[in-house]
Design a protein around this ligand. Structure first.
Ligand SMILES: [Zn+2]
Length: 594
C-alpha cells in the first residue's frame, strides 16, 4: 500500500526525522579539497568509458593564436577545459584593455543574477544602433553556449573576436559590426561536470548543463519568451541592434559522420520564403564551399539518419517550429544559421571547426553586405505591403510535414554494425547500431523541406477583445506593434469556434501545451473600446500571425496564454477563441501602445 500521511505510524515518522536530520548535517560538511558535489541535475555515478569515435578527416587546421592577447581557457589548458563565466569576463576585460574596438553591453541578467555579456565589436564601435543608420555596415550576431554543455562556440567566438580586433589586417570590420554573446546560458555554464553530456568527446574537465537557471531549455523559449535570456535577446539584440544574421552554436547528439561541422537555415515555412531560400540555396552552399576550400574543414547540413540500420532511407533535420531560435529569427524576416559541431570529434577539432565556420560566414557577409541589406529590407517591405491589402494568396500554413528537398545529400559516414549480442543494444532512441572504422559515403534524400498540408488566409488585422494585458504584453515583448480601439466598432470578422481542447498529458517546458480543433465562422459583432488591435502591415506581421492563429502549432494558445478564456468557467464546453480576423481593410480609430 502506498503510505499516505494518515497511515504513517509514529515509529516511521521518527525514522524519517532522523534521516532528515542526518542529511541536514551531511549537507553542511564541506567536501574534501579538490572535490565539489555534482551540480543538481547532473548525472550520478562514475563517468563511463568515453566513446571511441571513428576518425574525423581531414582535421581542420588550428587557428593561429596571436602572440599577444588573452587566451581562452580551452587554449590555456591545451583543450582540457572550457571557460567558466568568470574566465569569459576576464578574457573580455583583458581584450578591452588591448583594443578600443570592443565594448561590453549586458544582454540579460540571468535567473541566478549573472549579467550575460554582449560584446559589440566595431571599428569604430558604434555608440548605439541609431549611429549605424547612415552607415553602410551590417550587424551580425553570434551566440554560443545556449545549451551550456555545448561549449566550443563559446571558445571559438571569443578567439575570433580577439583575432579580429588585434589583427589590423582582418577585413571584416570595415563592413561588419559583430555582436558576440559567448556565454548565453551563463547559469548552466558554471555547473560543470565531466559527467554532463557523457557521449561528448571532451573537454575532459567537464562542461555545463543544458538548461538555464529556471530549468528551461532556452532553445525552446523563442515564442513564449519566459526566460530572462530570451527576453533580453529579443529586446537588447534583435530589437535594439536588428542583426541581419543570427548564428547559434551547438553540438550534435547521436549521428556518426566524418564532417566536424553541420549547419541549418531557418526552417519555418511561415516565414518570408525569399529569406529561407536565400539562406538555404545561396548563402549556405557558398559558405560550405569556402569552409572546405579556404579553411580545410568539411561540413554538411544538420541531420540524423532516419534509420541507423538502413542509412539510405534518408537524413532528417529537426523541427520547423519557431520555438527554436534559428527558426524564430527566420520568422522575423532575418537570416539565421544553426551550427551543430560533431559531438564525437575531439574538443580541439570542434573549436577549430566552429572557428572556421564563423570565419566562412563572416567572409560571406563581408563580400555580400549590400545584397544582404537589400534582402532583409525587401522582406520587411513585402510584409508591410501584404498586410495593407491581404490577397487570397497570402496564407498561413497548418499541419506542416517534412518532405525531401530536391536531389540527394552525401554524408561521409561509416559502415554500421549491430553490437554483439552480449553487449546488448544501447538504450534510448539513438543508435541501436554502431559505426565501424570503415568509412562509407551514403547518398540519400534530405528531409528538410517543411510544407503545409492546408492553409488559412492571413487577415488585415487581428482583434482581441480581452480586458487583460497579458496577451498584448507578450506580443509587445516580441516587438510587435499593438494598438487599442479608441471607440467601439461593429464589424464582420472571422471567429474560431472551439470544438475540442486537449492539454498535453506530459509537462513540457513548464506547460501542458494545448492542441485545439474548431471551425472558422464569420460573425458580425461589436468590438468595444479598448479592444487590442494587431495590424498585419508591420515587419513582424508573420510572427504576429504565428502567435495568434488559433491552429498555429507554436502560438500563444499552445503555450496556455488563453487558458482562462477558451473554456467556460461555469458552464460546459469550449468558448470562441478571443482573437478575431478582419480581412477587409478599413479605417479603425485606434491608438498605439507605448
Ligand atoms: Zn544544443
Amino acid at each position: 500500500m502506498k503510505p499516505t500521511p494518515r497511515t504513517l505510524s509514529v515509529p516511521i515518522l521518527f525514522f524519517i526525522a532522523i534521516v532528515i536530520a542526518a542529511l541536514a548535517i551531511s549537507a553542511q560538511v564541506p567536501p574534501p579539497a579538490g572535490q565539489t558535489p555534482p551540480p543538481q541535475g547532473a548525472p550520478q555515478g562514475p563517468r563511463p568509458e568515453p566513446v571511441k569515435p571513428p576518425p574525423v578527416a581531414p582535421v581542420p587546421p588550428q587557428p593561429a593564436a596571436p602572440a599577444s592577447g588573452p587566451k581562452t581557457a580551452a587554449e590555456a589548458s591545451d583543450y582540457a577545459a572550457t571557460s567558466t563565466y568568470a574566465e569569459v569576463m576576464a578574457f573580455v576585460q583583458d581584450l578591452q584593455k588591448l583594443s578600443p574596438f570592443v565594448r561590453l553591453e549586458t544582454l540579460a541578467v540571468s535567473a541566478e543574477g549573472r549579467a550575460v555579456p554582449l560584446l559589440v565589436v566595431g571599428r569604430p564601435v558604434p555608440r548605439d544602433p541609431l549611429a549605424l543608420r547612415y552607415d553602410k555596415r551590417i550587424v551580425v550576431y553570434v551566440q554560443a553556449n545556449i545549451h551550456a554543455g555545448e561549449v566550443e562556440g563559446k571558445e571559438s567566438a571569443l578567439m575570433l573576436a580577439r583575432d579580429i580586433v588585434l589583427d589590423p589586417k582582418t577585413p571584416y570590420l570595415d563592413r561588419i559590426v559583430l555582436l558576440v554573446a559567448p556565454v548565453f546560458n551563463a547559469d548552466g555554464n558554471d555547473k560543470m561536470d565531466p559527467r554532463n553530456r557523457m557521449g561528448q568527446v571532451g573537454p575532459e574537465k567537464g562542461s555545463g548543463l543544458r538548461h538555464n537557471g529556471q530549468n528551461l531549455d532556452l532553445n525552446r523559449d523563442a515564442m513564449k519568451l519566459e526566460s530572462p535570456e530570451l527576453a533580453g535577446l529579443v529586446k537588447n539584440v534583435l530589437g535594439r541592434w536588428d542583426p541581419l544574421l543570427l548564428v547559434d552554436c551547438h553540438t550534435t547528439d547521436g549521428s556518426f559522420h566524418q564532417e566536424p561541422v553541420t549547419y541549418s537555415w531557418p526552417l519555418c515555412p511561415n516565414g518570408d520564403p525569399a529569406v529561407l531560400k536565400y539562406a538555404r540555396d545561396k548563402m549556405l552552399p557558398a559558405v560550405d564551399a569556402t569552409l572546405e576550400k579556404k579553411y580545410g574543414t568539411l561540413a554538411l547540413p544538420y541531420g540524423d539518419p532516419m534509420d541507423f540500420r538502413d542509412m539510405s532511407k534518408g537524413w532528417q533535420t529537426f523541427g520547423h517550429q519557431p520555438r527554436y531560435m534559428t527558426n524564430y529569427v527566420g520568422l522575423r524576416g532575418r537570416l539565421s544559421v544553426l551550427i551543430e559541431n560533431y559531438n564525437y570529434a575531439d574538443f580541439r577539432t570542434r573549436v577549430a571547426g566552429n572557428y572556421h565556420m564563423l570565419q566562412a560566414l563572416l567572409d560571406y557577409c563581408w563580400a555580400n553586405s549590400a545584397e544582404l541589406q537589400k534582402l532583409v529590407a525587401d522582406a520587411d517591405a513585402r510584409a508591410v505591403q501584404a498586410g495593407l491589402a491581404p490577397a487570397e494568396t497570402d496564407t498561413f500554413g497548418l499541419d506542416v510535414e517534412v518532405k525531401p528537398l530536391p536531389g540527394q545529400i552525401s554524408v561521409q559516414g561509416y559502415e554500421m554494425e549491430a553490437p554483439p549480442a552480449a553487449e546488448g543494444a544501447p538504450q534510448g532512441p539513438f543508435p541501436r547500431m554502431r559505426p565501424t572504422d570503415r568509412k562509407k559515403t551514403y547518398t540519400m534524400p534530405y528531409y528538410a523541406d517543411f510544407v503545409a498540408k492546408r492553409s488559412v488566409r492571413l487577415p488585415f488585422a487581428y482583434l482581441i477583445p480581452l480586458a487583460g494585458t497579458e496577451v498584448a504584453d507578450k506580443l509587445r515583448q516580441h516587438g510587435i506593434a499593438v494598438e487599442r480601439l479608441t471607440e467601439p466598432v461593429t464589424l464582420e470578422a472571422e471567429a474560431f469556434r472551439l470544438k475540442e481542447i486537449k492539454g498535453a498529458e506530459r509537462l513540457y517546458q513548464g506547460h501542458r501545451t494545448n492542441t485545439v480543433k474548431g471551425e472558422a465562422a464569420v460573425e458580425k459583432r461589436e468590438f468595444p473600446r479598448g479592444t487590442w488591435l494587431v495590424r498585419m502591415a508591420q515587419p513582424l506581421g508573420r510572427l504576429a500571425a504565428y502567435l495568434l492563429e488559433p491552429e498555429s502549432d507554436d502560438g500563444l494558445l499552445v503555450w496556455n496564454y488563453f487558458d482562462r478564456d477558451i473554456v467556460a468557467q461555469w458552464g460546459r464546453g469550449a468558448q470562441t477563441y478571443p482573437v478575431y480576423k478582419l480581412f477587409v481593410p478599413q479605417n479603425l480609430a485606434s491608438e498605439g501602445i507605448e
